[in-house]
Ligand binder design. Structure first.
Ligand SMILES: [Zn+2]
Ligand SMILES: [Zn+2]
Length: 383
């Protein structure tokens, strides 16, 4: 038999074997159970990322890098701080719980949630973070920190005479707790209080006193992990905060939503990492123009309105350069960037404005690791 014939016969035998295997898997339940059992065991075996909590490094995990514009790739605002045995979540935007869960960080280790401000794209998944961290094993109440009642905004009235624009973090927490009250009760009744401690179902709200520009307020300080709030400018959303995170000499800053503001540069001086929001005004202007052409003037106006209270990538690069930040990471990306060309356009002008420091476009699941006693900056993908 020629070599070609032998090869053809071999391929035919392999194809038949694969076909027979496929038919067996599809038709024999015992075989399905055995294969599925192995896959599940393998997945669970590689599941746990608890070691990141106590490896003497400050980890910043992006659990949501999108904005209210619909984006299948990105959840809304969420940044998790993992260090010193704690997980602190800064903002819980819609969709971010699912992203956090997929990182396989231990949800039961979430001690606190910090809100930068009370826009829906930053708070929408609070209920899920609360209930899922409780299911994950958290036994003490979840501390939730954020701004107090809005300042300098004239409340709007509805037809019933109810005012809008009068709630602070305590009201938001109360509202979520009420919405999830039945769920908590059903779960305790179903699984038993020994497994789901009723104390863990609670949230404790803490309204952060608004600091003056150049000043900060410490909101979390445990086991060497210190997080302080500082003021940013997201007018008319007032107050709005950024957070400075310190652990074992390493420093990371999260800007929150803000137009370009000197206070971010001030609190980012010499930081290892600045996670800054970024809205590309040119791209949003083009989208607004296209909406006008399509006759959707209402949405076009609202898209243009957003430009004024956010920071462009080039402006954020200038802030990072001024503050001598080692790594700048863009998050809260507006508009959505579904392909490489749009991502390239989003970064237009950034390198020139940035100078020597590094810049990265953030993505959901991105982890930035700052080991103690080192200048290293590690990047990895948890999803
Ligand atoms: Zn906002
Ligand atoms: Zn936002």
């Amino acid at each position: 038999m020629s070599k070609t014939r032998i090869a053809t016969a071999l391929v035919a035998v392999l194809a038949l074997t694969a076909l027979a295997g496929g038919i067996a898997l599809w038709t024999v339940p015992a075989l399905q159970d055995a294969v599925a059992g192995r896959v599940v065991a393998a997945r669970l075996g590689q599941g746990d990322r608890s070691a990141l909590l106590n490896d003497k490094a400050l980890h910043i995990v992006l659990c949501g890098t999108g904005s209210p514009m619909p984006d299948p790739e990105r959840a809304n605002a969420c940044t998790a701080v993992v260090a010193g045995g704690h997980i602190v979540v800064i903002d819980t935007g819609p969709g971010s719980w699912a992203k956090f869960a997929r990182t396989r960080l231990p949800a039961g280790a979430i001690d606190a949630v910090l809100f930068t401000h009370l826009h829906s794209d930053h708070i929408g998944a609070l209920g899920e973070f609360a209930v899922q961290s409780w299911i994950g094993g958290r036994k003490a109440p979840l501390d939730v920190f954020g701004p107090g009642k809005p300042q300098e905004i004239k409340p709007a009235m509805d037809a019933e005479g109810d005012a809008y624009g009068v709630s602070g973090t305590a009201d938001v927490v109360r509202g979520f707790a009420l919405a999830y009250d039945s769920d908590s009760g059903f779960r305790i009744a179903h699984h038993g209080a020994d497994y789901l401690a009723p104390e863990g179902a609670r949230m404790l709200a803490h309204e952060v006193e608004t600091p003056a520009p150049g000043q900060s307020v410490t909101v979390f300080d445990k086991d060497g992990l210190k997080i302080s709030a500082f003021l940013v400018n997201h007018h008319p959303v007032e107050p709005a905060f950024g957070y400075r995170i310190e652990y074992q000499g390493r420093v990371a800053v999260v800007s929150g939503d803000t137009k370009k503001t000197e206070n971010v540069a001030y609190f980012s001086k010499g930081a290892d990492l600045l996670v800054h929001e970024a809205l590309n005004a040119d791209m949003v202007t083009r989208i607004a123009g296209a909406l006008d052409v399509a006759g959707n003037h209402r949405l076009a106006k609202m898209a243009r309105d957003t430009i004024g209270y956010h920071t462009s990538p080039v402006e954020a690069a200038g802030i990072a350069r001024e503050a001598n930040v080692k790594l700048l990471v863009f998050s809260h990306l507006v508009p959505p960037l579904p392909n490489a060309l749009l991502r390239h356009m989003f970064m237009r002008g950034v390198d020139e404005a940035r100078g020597d420091g590094q810049t990265q476009l953030g993505y959901d699941g991105m982890m930035i690791t700052l080991p103690a006693g080192s200048q290293d900056i590690g990047l990895s993908d948890l999803l």
